[in-house]
Design a protein around this ligand. Sequence first.
Ligand code: GLY
Length: 573
Amino acid sequence: MQGCSIVFLALFLVACDLQLLSESELSDQNQSQDLVPHYAVASAHPLATQAGIEILKQGGNAFDAAVAVTSTLAVVEPYASGLGGGGFWLLHVADTHQDIMLDGRETAPLASTRDMYVDASGNPTQLSVTGPLAAGIPGVPAAMVHLAENYGRLPLNVLLNFSIEAANNGFAVSEHYQRLASARMATLLRSPQAAAIFLDHGQAPSSGYILKQPQLAKVLVSIRDFGRDGFYTGEIAQKLVHGNQQAGGIWQLKDLEQYQVIERQPITGSYKNISIISAASPSSGGIVLMQMFNMLSMLDINELNALERTHAIVEVMRRAYFERASYLGDADFIEVPVNTLLSMPHAEDLLADYSSQHATDSHNYLRETNMLDDAVLQEGQNTTHFSILDQAGNYVAATLSINYPFGSGFVPAGTGVLLNNEMDDFVIKPGHPNLWGLVDNEANAIEPGKRMLSSMSPTFLDDGNRTAILGTPGGSRIITMVLLSALEFANGADAETMVALLRFHHQFLPDQIQFEMHAIDAMTQTSLTSMGHTLKERQHSYGNMQTIIWDKQMGRVTAASDPRGIGDAKVSQ
Ligand code: GLY
């Protein structure tokens, strides 16, 4: 199947390319080749990387490739992202030197209410996690069309071709797919459509099973032929709304009609020799990341030993996640005091109770809460990330999600579109932890049309000579993963080191240092415990980082895909 797809795509693209690129465009492209020696794609699935590389090979730019990779991931990683989900695409436009965040985050349905997931006794229900009520209005289809129409150079019939082929002809599922389908089996079985598509006769398909998604292919064809309208109005929209309502959901046609992608200014800042560009509201990523960097710049961690360094980093993580819980939400709905939060005097205030000898107790800041139940979230392999660099110097870092593995587990009849469960990223009940153990407050309360707070952090780093394009899935742990890798980048690390780095994490509540096996040695663990920290070693690794580094001084491009995942990073020859 793969071979056929590639040959077909290559022939098709060659044909289109000859017609589509004018002479001046081709000459621009040749000039630009002096600028960046190679193009590169790193994504969480080899077929998605292949789709992006093929588009770049045929003269598409990084934004074209981003559309092809997004749509292919929607087919081959249905547990992680998809047409029924959302995401953030961080764009660098070489011509104008602009950095833009394309916000395709889901919105709360217009009929949603603040307490819709709380029962009569005031207890949270499972409805924010499973089934049609859990789904926000998707942004991925609108974002793909926006990217292609405003930044790309190839038409949708080229960009979506690979994904349509993969959906129609099928792809071989991995062991990773099998594990996630097993973990979410009970939920998938509740939706006959989802079970029929994503399971094999009611069981998790074994590795190598060819998963075909003809209905999803039809939706992709509809987007290819009618653009945004092919999803948000007309027959597909009617099926999505009807299927959602029939099963107890609250979607209306106007939810889809009114959905808008939004271009936003990313969060920017610096730490030592590196400049940082990352996701803005409704992601907490950029703000939390910069707050951690601001505090770290006052602690000079390069001068510290391993124990002191881990303690210092954990303490800034704790404080930044407290700020996340207190102040962050959709800035179109609430006042987020971004300038104050990112100011150095504020970082100084946050460190006022910092001790280099003792752990701070998170409960000094807030009430007692439940601990994260991570029975299913062992691998942090929900969500997905890809990075792309083209030879004109455009680049994209995109993190996309349907939230939990296989999202809500619900597919509206006749669409093949698996809906997200991002509504759980809102605060369901103030003080109650969500799936990621995050305890938010009123700033992130549900309102019709509002976007739920995210941790997705597509990020660019630059040290003057090298640019890194990176990001990872991993729920609430995304931001600390990006922080740890950025700290390594600041010390000169390469892409492979950044993605393979062992990880530790603190998110204010639960008040514990979570860490991957071997991330903290035994002696340091003992010392951290005696300083008052609670440690929790995770039985499984987490994250799936994809990084590209463009070294302008050395004229070199390198890319790496996290060894924890099944992804692929490719640099053109
Ligand atoms: N759904 C996970 C996030 O957006 O942070």
